[in-house]
Write a protein of this length. Structure first.
Length: 154
């Protein structure tokens, strides 16, 4: 049975990247479990990022050895909760950066109401700085922004 709940410090060993983010941003963190086994976590950063300041950003982390393909139902439940939370804060749009090379993941997220934002892929350099993928630079490790908005997601 899938359960979405607010994350606690006991979840951090399963989601170390979210644990680091939770200490540096103003956000809400949720975790989805399948029969009490952590599947994925997500943080809603209400301040957004440099690509769309002021538009809440979602960061997802899957538990180890999980892929979006084998966790799609759980991640869908998690993102529905995060979207509802964002709407509760008055958001009309959210941004979800996703691995440029993960086409299967992007297709799964499209089924969950996310679409490409139309921006160039980029590398997040930290501290609000990004570098767009240009020329012959290898895009491995870059992300592309996906969005979900009130008009397209209901």
């Amino acid at each position: 049975m899938l359960t979405v709940r607010t994350a606690t410090t006991a979840d951090w060993p399963h989601f170390p990247r979210l644990a680091r983010l939770a200490t540096s941003i103003a956000g809400v963190v949720h975790v989805v479990e399948d029969d009490q086994v952590p599947v994925a976590g997500a943080i809603l950063d209400l301040e957004g990022r440099s690509t769309e300041p002021g538009v809440p950003r979602i960061e997802i982390e899957l538990a180890s050895r999980r892929t979006l393909a084998d966790s799609e139902a759980a991640v869908s439940e998690l993102l529905a909760t995060i979207w509802s939370t964002a709407r509760g804060f008055g958001a009309q749009r959210v941004v979800l950066p996703w691995d440029t090379m993960d086409q299967a993941g992007q297709a799964a997220l499209a089924r969950m109401g996310f679409r490409p934002a139309g921006t160039w892929p980029y590398f997040d350099l930290g501290g609000g700085a990004i570098e767009h993928v240009m020329g012959y630079r290898d895009p491995v490790g870059s992300v592309v922004d996906l969005v979900r908005d009130a008009e397209g997601a209901g």
